[in-house]
Design a protein around this ligand. Sequence first.
Ligand code: AMP
Ligand code: MN
Ligand code: MN
Ligand code: MN
Length: 283
Amino acid sequence: MPLSSTPNFDLHAHSTVSDGLLSPADLVRRAAERGVTALALTDHDEVSGFAAARAAADEAGIRVIAGVEVSVTWHDTTVHVVGLGVDPEDAALATGLAAIRSSRTTRASRIAESLDAIGIRGSLEGAYRYAANAELVGRTHFARFLVEAGISPDVKTVFRHYLAAGKPGYVPHRWAALADACAWIRGAGGVAVLAHPARYKVSRREMDSLVGEFKAAGGEAIEVISGNHDAAQAAAFARVARAHGLAASRGSDFHGPGEGYAELGRLAALPADLEPVWARLPA
Ligand code: AMP
Ligand code: MN
Ligand code: MN
Ligand code: MN
């Protein structure tokens, strides 16, 4: 069987529509070059990149799935819910995402003020220079500016010292409610997936209640294989998927070449006993 007929699903990736470095079309072309056969475009809080991604995917001969990564606040923890196979034209989804986006600009001003307070000037203008889509301005754009300004050597170091929860440039923010995010995704015909669960700084007990609430809200799957997970974390969340009866997803969370994020399509296979989330997507 030729290699190209082996399915290679990558169900989590970003473009310049949010905080990725490649346009939707370039992202799709790179995915195709790296052997991805089905790519989900999952920009933060926005679905507008899908049309360009689909056009490029038709040319490259791969499948593209309309997705989104919704920013959610669960208790005081930020969690991300990926929606796969959503209708990008769905009105309720569009309204919900627009509300999240509108809060990003005030948050950006607050981040800049808090960086100002520790002597880092000009970060608001700097971040917007990196935000191709100004509405989606976020911490990654600030991080790129801080690297440019010589404050840290790379984006990950910026997060560690300035932008992660508890650091001086971190501004607590209320995103969407978990139940709303799941309802918008399902209402738009999509499947809700709990993204990169190992990233959440919660106890085991809290993780159990997060997953329980997610499932009660209509969540159907969890990222087991993720660019954010090491092998032990993947094994741990495979167990969570089994315990809660969730389907499993696989996604790189690719943001661009050379930023230390995982590469497109270069991921381990899902454990064979788990139901792949793509079995629930319309073909
Ligand atoms: P925001 O939605 O503006 O809070 O930005 C969240 C984004 O910041 C994530 O989607 C990642 O792209 C990026 N991010 C968060 N934490 C880190 C980290 N520790 N290292 C690198 N990027 C990160
Ligand atoms: Mn991101
Ligand atoms: Mn995320
Ligand atoms: Mn992501």
